[in-house]
Design a protein around this ligand. Sequence first.
Ligand SMILES: *Cc1c(COP(=O)(O)O)cnc(C)c1O
Length: 467
Amino acid sequence: MTDPVPATNPFRLLPSVDQLVAAADGLGLARPLATLLAKRALESLRARIAAGEWDAAGFAAFVERGGVLREIEDAAAKERRAGIARVVNATGVVLNTGLGRAPVHPEAAERMAEVARSYCVLEVDRDTNQRNQRDDRISELTTRLVGGEAAICVNNCAAAVLLALQTFAGGKECVVSRGELVEIGGSFRMPAVMERAGVKLVEVGTTNRTRAADFEGAIRVRTGLLLKVHTSNYRVVGFTEECEIDELARIGASHRVPVVFDLGSGLIDPDGATPLDFLDEHWTVTRAIASGCDAVTFSGDKLFGGPQAGFVVGKRDAIRAMRKNPLYRALRLDKSAIAGLERTLELMLEGRGDELPARRMLVAKADELRPLAERLAAEIGAVPGFAAEVVAERSQPGSGSAPHVFLDTFCVAVSRGDLSTERLARTLREGEPPVFARINGDRLLLDVRTLLPGDDAALAAAFRNLP
Ligand SMILES: *Cc1c(COP(=O)(O)O)cnc(C)c1O
């Protein structure tokens, strides 16, 4: 048989894995990683050749230009960028879920790091050396801050809702208004969560109107829970009516059925802190608890401004029942989150709520932000190739909190003649430190509202370092 493949077969121009690993020696990769990336690069090139991306001459030219080595260089650069890393948030979305929601207070971060690298009194009482509950202190501090008799803390608010549902309505029925069967974030759909928690969903009312009588009429022997969900991420406007939580709490009490209010964003109004009333949130956590319902759930890393967590606060019996649920063991917090939450709670109780980064960003007024925007525009404008100007814009609270509320702000609009806006945004994300900006039409906006102390210098440096 004759060989049907001509001598210029592009596959034959590919180096061996060993050759490519040797060529990539200067990249400083550990040997196993270099081998892995070389194999993947060759595999991808083979697939692209097979797909007809090059003819024989074209591929020879690609090899000649060092294209094969560049494949592994790009993969190595991507590897260095992979994983969780600090970024500069210039999007103007304060509680940006993609960027980790609330940055914690430096003192909370310090506590988190300290307990992470050491042993700590996680589940033992220092006075008696007896076992205790890891969130005893959180429970104490939380009730001091927002009222209620006790609290329990889990991994996030979704876990808090799951625990409440399963504890009170597992194998039973949970009554919810049709107007509140929401999806929160990616895939947390109330009806689906209930199904998985073994809870039978009983929907009452209509999308726009649900009355107290609808709930009363749905209560049966098998009713385990009346649930109210704060529809923080959308709004029904116009001809609407809902059964308010105080009324629902009364109905629950008279039928001896627990009532839980899922607040989600969880607005706290601590003494000595600037009120966040401009968010137009009717329910603070304190007010929700005072309504008389059995438990309120809310996030640790939304308006509360702490690490990722989910609070359940309310009546002692309700909290005790949740603590006894074996599921709690699977949902409980780790020591670092506990340390961060304790410090965040203490700061608010000490009257230092305004120091919490997320709160500080939310309350900042446009004219307070302007000087920073002007300074940054001057620094970025001085980088060769860049044009930068200050523009009036609007920021957002984020994470479904007050989606209809916009906050007046100032942004730096930047451009570079040789780069499209998309390309510039990408270059910034890949830079050091990575910068996430907002794209508005053909403008790249850097919103100074969401910059942390020191971010302005990092941001200017990121521009100077751009390729
Ligand atoms: C955001 C939200 C949740 C989920 O909170 P996570 O802490 O992200 O799990 C649950 N319920 C409501 C109403 C929310 O807004």
